[in-house]
Design a protein around this ligand. Sequence first.
Ligand code: SAH
Length: 256
Amino acid sequence: MSGHLAVVGLGPGDARYLTAEAEDALSGAQALYGYGPYLDRVPPRQHQSRHASDNREERARAAAALDHAARGARVAVVSGGDPGVFAMAAAVCEQIETGPEISRRVEVTIVPGITAMLAVAARIGAPLGHDFCALSLSDNLKPWDLIERRLDAAAGAGFVIALYNPVSRGRPWQLGAAIERLRRHLPDLTPVVFGRAVGRPDEAVNVMTLDAARAAPADMATLVIVGSRETRVIARPGLPPLVYTPRAAVAAEVSA
Ligand code: SAH
């Protein structure tokens, strides 16, 4: 007997960003697995068990959810934003590839969600309007020197860069070091967007320059978008600025 596992993206926080498909997957599940604060966003339903775990226990959570589904249940694992972006969908795939054979028999559905960089970008204009990439600054699962090489390559090639996981309690210096690294490639006045807790009551979105971004406060709920040489800020009287990256680029802007 094999059940079903849905890996569900909840979006950045605001319930209006939950897709209808995600809502269906959540209401149809007999068991929910996830990081506690994400599970708290899902209203309780009768006859549905909830299994909260710590943020760092993604692999163990994937194993437990797959095991539960393999025993015939309809199970949902929740992620913030999109489950395929630095989140549970890859952890579930890793577990299916390397875990017990039975997990390969579980039907799996990945339910996409609005990822943080899209929610932050939408608040401020169109910073991702031309070529961009996304990097996690967490060096828990990859070495710091690889992150530095990727920052060099991305900035050198003219990409706008979305930085996930900029800071955590155990990783206080990584964002400052990344900004310093990017300053080797980009002018001091390059626009940088700090989007904090977008879609939640304590949301804050700020625009600053790369030079000032060195000392800017950020936390685990912050996503940082570093512009390219083409990214522009439009000042508007009585209205917040618009940050955007034009749709066209010239080869001279690329240093690599
Ligand atoms: N799967 C998630 C990302 C998980 S990594 C997604 O697709 O959004 C966790 C990082 O995502 C945080 O450190 C932060 O950089 C970013 N993030 C998640 N939710 C956010 C929000 N509401 N506002 C701003 N950044 C957010």
